[in-house]
Design a protein around this ligand. Structure first.
Ligand code: DOR
Length: 447
C-alpha cells in the first residue's frame, strides 16, 4: 500500500489563485487537491494556514560533480536545494569531464541517483565537434551552448559550428550569450591594473545584446526552440518582448534582479559573475520583463566557488555566485514588498520551467502531478548567514540580508526531504522525465 500523507489546511498556491484547502499525497503523486479533511492517511501534516507551493524547479545550476567537488557536489548542492524549497534542478555541462557525450551524461545521471536528495536532469553541452553525440542524447532537457566563454572553457563561437548545431539537432537549445569578440576588445582597451569594477566594462551591455541577437537570429532561421539564459540588460528585455511566443523563451537570475554595479564596492569579487552585473535601470527592466511575460523563468545559475578562490585579485578571481537556498526567500520577500504575487512565483519558478523544458508531471499542485511540494511560512523573518549555508562553498552574496518568507518543509516525490531545519541524507531524488515529442504548451503558442 502506498503511503498516504494529508497536508491539512494549507493556503495552496495554484496557477491562478491561492485556496485554503487540504492536499492528499499518495505515494509520489498528488492524489487530491481539496481533499476531505478527514481523508484516511498514514500521516497528517497540520499546515495551519501556511502556504503550500509546487517545489521550485531551478533550470540552471552548476553542481561541479564530477571533477570540481571541492566547490560543490551533487549531495551538498541537492541538500542546499531541499532546504531552499528547490525540488528539481537541471545542471550545466561545464564539469570535469564536461558533459559532452552520451556516456558522460549517463555517468552523471548515475552519480545523481546515488547522491541527490532532489530530482535531477543534466544538459548536454555542445562543442565544435560533438554533433553526433548531441544528436544521440535523449535523457536531457536540451543542449547548452556557451556562445561566449565562461567558467570551463566551452566556447562555441564559430558561425558554421553554430549553424550546424541549430540545423541538425531537434532538442531545445539554450545558451550563455556574451559576445566573445566584444569581450576581448573591451578587455584590450583597458589599462591594467584591472579591478572588479572593470568586469561590467569588459562584459558590457553590448557583449550581452550582440550575442543574444545572434542566437535569436539562428533560432528564427532554423525554427529551433531556444531559451536565453540569464538575461541581464534592458535591451535584451526589449528584444525579447518583440518575439512571437513559443519559439523563444528566457530567464533571469536573482543576482541580476537584486544586485547591480553599485554593489561591487560592498561585495568586491563576490559580485563577479557572467553575465556581469548591470545598472539599477536594467534591474527594473528585468522585473518589467517578468511581469510582461517577455521573461518566463527565474533561475539561479548557482555557481559555487570557494571564498579562497573568490579572494584572488581580479581578474584571477572566478565568476559565479551560489543561490539555490536563498532564491525562494528572496522572491517571497518581494511578495511582501508588493513586487509580485505567490501565483507569479509559482509561474516563474515552478510551472514556467516545467513548460519550457517539457518536464512531465511537475510544476503545479494538481491531481496526478508529482508530490514535489514546499510549505512556506510567509511570517518567518530572518537573516541570510554565510555560516548557515548548506552549499559547500559556504557563503552567499546576500549574507546579512533580512528576508521575510522561508520554506519550512519540502517534499520530493511525497517524501519529506527538509523539515525542522534538517535535511534528508538519503538519495531520494529521481531522474526528471522530458517529453520533447509531445509538442505541448509551446506548440500551441505557434512554434
Ligand atoms: O558566473 C558564472 N559562473 N557564469 C557562468 O555562466 C558559469 C558559472 C560557473 O560555472 O562558474
Amino acid at each position: 500500500m502506498a503511503h498516504h500523507t494529508l497536508i491539512r489546511d494549507a493556503a495552496v498556491v495554484m496557477p491562478r489563485e491561492t485556496v485554503r484547502t487540504s492536499v492528499l499525497v499518495e505515494g509520489g503523486r498528488i492524489a487530491a487537491v481539496d481533499a476531505a479533511v478527514h481523508a484516511r492517511a498514514d500521516e497528517v501534516v497540520e499546515a495551519g494556514g501556511l502556504h503550500l507551493m509546487p517545489g521550485v524547479i531551478d533550470d540552471q545550476v552548476h553542481f561541479r560533480d564530477p571533477g570540481l567537488t571541492h566547490k560543490e557536489d551533487l549531495r551538498t548542492g541537492s541538500r542546499a536545494c531541499a532546504a531552499g524549497g528547490v525540488t528539481s534542478f537541471l545542471e550545466m555541462p561545464n564539469t570535469v569531464p564536461q558533459t559532452v557525450t552520451v556516456e558522460a551524461l549517463a555517468a552523471k545521471l548515475a552519480l545523481a541517483a546515488r547522491r541527490s536528495v532532489v530530482n535531477y536532469g543534466f544538459y548536454i553541452g555542445a562543442t565544435t565537434d560533438n554533433l553526433a553525440e548531441v544528436r544521440r542524447a535523449s535523457r536531457t532537457p536540451g543542449i547548452k551552448i556557451f556562445i561566449g566563454s565562461s567558467t570551463g572553457n566551452m566556447l562555441v563561437d564559430d558561425q558554421d559550428a553554430l549553424e550546424a548545431i541549430f540545423a541538425e539537432t531537434t532538442l531545445p537549445i539554450t545558451a550563455h550569450c556574451e559576445d566573445e569578440a566584444t569581450v576581448r576588445a573591451n578587455r584590450a582597451a583597458l589599462e591594467p591594473p584591472l579591478t572588479v569594477h572593470d568586469h561590467s566594462r569588459i562584459r558590457d551591455r553590448r557583449a550581452a545584446v550582440t550575442a543574444t541577437r545572434r542566437a535569436l537570429d539562428l533560432a528564427r532561421r532554423h525554427r529551433h526552440r531556444f531559451h536565453v539564459l540569464h538575461v541581464s540588460t534592458a535591451d535584451e528585455v526589449a528584444i525579447l518582448s518583440r518575439q512571437k511566443p513559443g519559439l523563444i523563451t528566457a530567464e533571469v537570475c536573482p543576482h541580476h534582479l537584486f544586485l547591480d554595479v553599485s554593489d561591487y564596492g560592498r561585495l568586491g569579487t563576490l559580485a563577479q559573475m557572467n553575465p556581469s552585473l548591470k545598472t539599477a535601470d536594467d534591474r527594473a527592466a528585468l522585473w518589467g520583463g517578468l511581469r510582461d511575460g517577455a521573461i518566463q523563468i527565474v533561475a539561479t545559475d548557482h555557481a559555487p566557488h570557494t571564498l579562497q578562490e573568490k579572494a584572488a585579485p581580479y581578474p584571477a578571481s572566478p565568476s559565479g555566485v551560489p543561490a539555490v537556498e536563498v532564491v525562494l526567500p528572496l522572491m517571497l520577500n518581494e511578495v511582501h514588498r508588493g513586487r509580485c504575487t505567490l501565483e507569479d512565483l509559482a509561474a516563474w519558478m515552478c510551472d514556467g520551467p516545467a513548460r519550457v523544458w517539457d518536464i512531465v508531471g511537475k510544476g503545479r499542485i494538481e491531481e496526478g502531478y508529482d508530490a514535489d511540494l514546499v510549505l512556506v511560512d510567509m511570517r518567518a523573518e530572518r537573516a541570510v548567514r554565510n555560516g548557515e549555508q548548506r552549499t559547500k562553498c559556504g557563503w552567499s552574496p546576500w549574507d546579512g540580508a533580512v528576508l521575510k518568507g522561508w520554506p519550512v518543509r519540502t517534499w520530493v516525490g511525497g517524501r519529506t526531504v527538509f523539515a525542522d531545519g534538517r535535511v534528508e541524507r538519503e538519495p531520494v531524488g529521481g531522474e526528471i522525465v522530458f517529453d520533447h515529442g509531445r509538442g505541448g504548451y509551446w506548440a500551441t503558442q505557434g512554434v
